[in-house]
Each structure stands twice: as C-alpha cells, then as structure tokens.
Design a protein around this ligand. Structure first.
Ligand SMILES: *[C@@H]1O[C@H](CO)[C@@H](O)[C@H](O)[C@H]1NC(C)=O
Length: 319
C-alpha cells in the first residue's frame, strides 16, 4: 500500500513536471525583448511594435540586441530579405558574448549572404566556443526559394547543454551534438541575441568578387515574430523544459527532414574541408554518412549548384 501510494505520488510529480515542460515560444513585441544597437534612423520599428526593419545604406548598417543575456534557449525571427541586387550584403541573426568575453567568446550564427540579381541568397550557419575562432565550423546552404518571391522565412536556433539545432522554416537544417572532446568549443557562457545588416563586400558573395552596389540602396531586411525563449542564470527548471521541448528533441522524423534538406541544399561544410583544415578534426563531424565522396576536398558539395575552383573566405568580424 505504502509503496503504491509512493509510486502514485512520484507519478503525480512526474506528470506535473511534464505538464510544466511548456517553454513559451510565443513572439514578443520588439521593445519587450530588444533594444537598438547601432544605425540610428536605419532601424525602423513597425507600426504595431512587433517587428523592425534594418536598413543598410552607404553611410551605415543597423542592428539590435536583446536586453537580456541567456544561457541556453530557443531564439527565432522571421526575416524578409531585400530583393534585386544584394551582393555583398550580410543579414545576421546570432547569439554572441563577444562584448563580455572578447578573448574567449561564444557564438552561434545565421548569416544570410546577398547575391547578384537572379542568384539566390545563401544561408550560412556557424558555431564558436570559448574563442575557437581558428576553428570556424561554417556550413552553407542554398535558400530553397525562388529569389523573386519576396516572402519572409523563419530562422531559429535551439541551444541546449547537449546540442544546437538550426531551423529554417521549422525544418532542422543542422544539429551540432556536444561531445566531450569538443572541450570549450561548444558555447557555454550566457549570450545575447543580435540582428544586424552590414556591408560584407570583402567576403560575402563569391569570396568578395561581387561587392555592395549602393545604387540599389537602401537594403532593407524586415524582422518579425521575435521569439526569445531563453533561460536566465541557473534556472534548472528552464533547462529541463528546454531539453524536453520539441525544439530540442531530434525525433526520427525530424532527423529524416534534416537529412533531406541537407542532401538538396547543403553547398559547403567545414567538416569536409581538407584544404582549410588539414589537421583539425571536428569531433562532431563523423556522422556524415557519405564518407566524403560527394564533397570536393575544399568542402563544397559536388551535388549542389555552387562551384568554385578555390577555397572561399568564410567570415569576417561582425558589426
Ligand atoms: C576557456 O578559455 C579560458 C581562457 O582562455 C580558459 O582558461 C578555460 O579553461 C577555457 N575553458 C574551456 C572549457 O576550455
């Protein structure tokens, strides 16, 4: 009797815990979660206060930053990118603590890279941990939309103590699973959330071949549906909610969707780049099932459209 009562009590606690595993992923008004970072009048709040437009002109880009820093969480934004000629333009949605830890910062990135007219935007993801800037873990993908269709797309990052999942329109496109041999390379310190638009002429489009042309300025990126479901401080409950939430759990169907996306749209991965990384081993990389045969030795996919005869530049200091 006593044992079954105990079991019931334990079950009740368990059910309560599961019921509480409801991370609030509803969007917040811009001013509730974010503040302007730079760019003055080039940051324009939407009339309903729920979004913001970031513009780049010949004088300045613009950006915003979360009011709080978070240790793990789920962060997302819908972004409508500028059309027409956008070569050299970079729109970034990312987490970083570079301001607090310039020598050993953590970072998780979405970088959207503009292109010439008729060529689609590229999507790049990246991760740094504890100042691992000599080990950029870039991946690039085609944005799977017709560039002439000016639609917003949703970019999301789930960051837990165990993994990072990047989402595009709800589809997981990359998971980085934390493994012990990564050491500090996996982000572990609180980070703020940033969004910026800036001139990346020297690297963003075909390794800097095509630069920003200000005849097409201003370049405007519209942000909406801002989700900031981050954990503060050492709130254990929040970490548990996050770890058990759909956004962090890679169920088999999600894994299959991710594989499908990557087969079709992945154009480059540092995991397969033996030119740039002759000796560096990324311990999280060995789950690529292809054995390397579908990639050139400089990390570009043989299947997707993008071709280049030499390694490209992969990043540049943000802001
Ligand atoms: C992170 O970097 C700092 C300073 O370089 C170092 O003292 C610390 O041990 C590193 N932490 C990890 C987990 O590698």
């Amino acid at each position: 009797m006593a044992a079954s009562a105990l079991l019931l009590a334990a079950l009740a606690v368990f059910v309560a815990a599961v019921a509480a595993a409801a991370l609030d992923t509803s969007p917040v008004p811009f001013d509730a979660g974010y503040a302007a970072l730079f760019g003055g009048d080039n940051l324009v709040r939407s009339p309903d206060g729920r979004g913001v437009t970031l513009k780049l002109d010949r004088y300045t880009g613009s950006g915003f930053v979360s009011k709080a820093a978070y240790r793990h969480g789920f962060f997302s934004a819908s972004i409508k990118l500028p059309g027409d000629y956008t070569a050299g333009v970079v729109v970034a949605f990312y987490l970083s603590n570079w301001d607090e830890h310039p020598k050993n910062h953590d970072e998780l990135d979405f970088e959207l890279l503009g292109n010439r007219r008729g060529h689609g935007w590229r999507v790049q993801t990246n991760m740094y941990g504890n100042g691992s800037t000599s080990r950029g873990r870039e991946e690039r993908y085609l944005l799977p939309v017709d560039a002439t269709v000016a639609a917003a797309h949703r970019y999301a990052i789930a960051w837990t103590p165990n993994n990072v999942v990047f989402y595009l329109d709800g589809v997981p496109i990359r998971e980085v699973v934390r493994v012990p041999s990564m050491g500090g390379d996996f982000p572990s310190k609180p980070m703020s959330v940033y969004a910026t638009i800036w001139d990346g002429s020297n690297w963003a489009t075909d390794g800097g071949k095509y630069k920003v042309d200000y005849a097409y300025a201003p370049f405007a990126a519209e942000f909406s549906d801002l989700v900031l479901s981050g954990c503060h401080g050492a709130a254990e409950e929040c970490q548990v909610d996050l770890l058990t939430h759909d956004v962090a759990v890679m169920a088999p169907a999600k894994r299959a969707a991710m594989r499908g996306f990557r087969e079709q749209y992945l154009t480059y991965t540092a995991c397969r780049d033996r030119v740039r990384y002759k000796t560096t081993v990324f311990p999280e990389c060995d789950d690529l099932a292809d054995g390397g045969s579908t990639f050139h030795e400089w990390g570009e996919s043989k299947k997707t459209r993008r071709r280049s005869a030499s390694p490209l530049l992969y990043s540049s200091r943000m802001q």
